[in-house]
Design a protein around this ligand. Structure first.
Ligand code: CAA
Ligand code: FAD
Length: 384
């Protein structure tokens, strides 16, 4: 793929990662994906296998037990896994691009030795805890507090909508230490499951990505040692925003995969299903849907790969990541609705997979910053 000034030449290694992810999705994720969705059953065994295959710490340096791969490799794997199972891909995305990346980029050597190595190998998974009941898009208005008690912080408050909320062992929690300093008073603390005062709320019953577990978390006088703070005092909001810039590339890749998965199913089905004496693909109305789908998906792919490349080249990728997520998530929502339409009544039942992809697509317009927030980020970047 060539884009002006950009070169997407995929190396042998990229192609090998893509193929490994495709095989894993077909062999390990496709069987049981409908049941896990219906029963909202966490894919414990599949996540264990993802760890074993190196999909949970792809970009982490081998020094900390990771795969040492680039962002493009990660995006290629996310795309393939999302074609089949977007619940597994969000678990993967949070662990790779929010938890591992954040710890590797900003954690201390001790924090990396203690936490990152276990997260990168998939021995345990992590969660990223920014959102609260009253602070979603408006993320600076954190109500969770981390009172400075000298050698520890006293953590109090509630986090909402936390992916891997019940299944994680390690949580990166944003909390306000000095409200007078507004967002510059926020800290990010590493909290371990089982610490006294830390309780996990009920699992949310969701429209899509139903096999991933989303929980609220409650903290009551949880003592967090000072050495578990990431970065300097007051760095927490900057930490969250910087980490989310990369996270948005992961979610954009998830959206791309969902769209591409729906397209592949619709194309195959349209060549098999017959109506009025010919395959429905032979009807121009259906052909045009597929032509438009493949075009928009390719456009989304270029934006997603471009954002990944910019990150790998050490260039500014804030705007590119927001553009990729904004566009790819809209393509995912639109393309999955079209894929259901191509399937007719069969598209409306679980057996044919496209209804699940349609439900899964919606979240990509909401989490890691809604589409409205991506527009705000893009607008700020273009006027900076
Ligand atoms: N990259 C780096 N820094 C950024 C940034 C970015 N993309 N966006 C904002 N900042 C910095 C600003 O530079 C500023 O820092 P300084 O004062 O040091 O310059 C600070 O953050 C505050 O920014 P603003 O003054 O612009 O704050 P705001 O309140 O007007 O807007 C916002 C901030 C962009 C809307 C931000 O709150 C935001 O991104 N909201 C969406 C939150 C979000 O994405 N949540 C996702 C939760 S995780 C998740 O969802 C995981 C999952 O599902 C799988
Ligand atoms: P609100 O911020 O209340 O927004 C409501 C509506 O108002 C939206 O349409 C929004 O775009 C719009 N809006 C708000 N402000 C503006 C504005 N300034 N301009 C224009 N429109 C605006 N969070 C985590 O921290 N960690 C996680 O792991 C995580 N996982 C999630 C998993 C799921 C399944 C879900 C549903 C959410 C998850 N989230 C997570 C939270 C997610 O990031 C938030 O839901 C999201 O950021 C939106 O916040 P909100 O729900 O409070 O909506």
């Amino acid at each position: 793929l060539e884009l002006q000034g950009m070169n997407f030449n995929l190396t042998e290694e990229h192609l090998a990662v893509q193929e490994a992810a495709r095989d894993f999705a077909q062999n390990a994720l496709l069987p049981g994906v409908i049941e896990r969705d219906s029963e909202a059953k966490f894919p414990k065994e599949q996540v264990r296998q993802m760890g074993e295959l190196g999909f949970l710490g792809m970009m982490v340096s081998p020094d900390y037990g990771g795969g040492g791969m680039d962002t493009l490799s990660y995006v290629l794997a996310m795309e393939e896994i999302s074609k089949i199972d977007a619940s597994c891909s969000v678990i993967m995305s949070v662990n790779n691009s929010l938890v591992c990346w954040g710890l590797e980029a900003y954690g201390s050597e001790e924090q990396k030795q203690k936490y990152l190595t276990r997260l990168a190998s998939g021995e345990v998974i992590g969660a990223f805890c920014l959102s609260e009941p009253e602070a979603g898009s408006d993320a600076t208005s954190q109500h969770t507090t981390a009172e400075d008690m000298g050698d520890y912080y006293l953590l109090n408050g509630t986090k909402n909508w936390i992916t891997n909320g019940g299944s994680a062992e390690i949580y990166l929690v944003m909390a306000q230490t000095d409200v007078g300093k507004k967002h510059k008073g926020i800290n990010c603390l590493i909290v371990e499951k089982g610490q006294p005062g830390f309780t996990i709320g009920k699992k949310e019953d969701k429209l899509g990505i139903r096999a991933s577990d989303t929980h609220s978390l409650m903290f009551t006088d949880v003592k967090v040692p000072k050495e578990n703070r990431i970065g300097d005092d007051g760095f927490g909001f900057k930490f969250a925003m910087s980490t989310l810039n990369g996270g948005r590339i992961g979610i954009a890749a998830q959206a791309l995969g969902i769209a591409a998965g729906a397209y592949e199913l619709a194309l195959t089905y349209s060549q098999e299903r017959r109506a009025f004496g010919k395959a429905i693909f032979e009807h121009q109305a259906i052909q045009f849907k597929l032509a438009e789908m493949v075009t928009k998906i390719e456009a989304a792919r270029l934006l997603v790969y471009k954002a990944a490349r910019l990150k790998d080249e050490g260039k500014d990728y804030v705007q590119a990541a927001a553009m990729a997520k904004l566009f790819a998530s809209d393509v995912a929502m639109w393309a999955t609705v079209e894929a259901v339409q191509v399937h007719g009544g069969y598209g409306y039942v679980k057996e044919y997979h496209v209804e699940r992809l349609m439900r899964d697509a919606k979240i990509t317009q909401i989490y890691e910053g809604t589409s409205e927030i991506q527009k705000l980020v893009i607008a700020r970047e273009i006027t900076r």
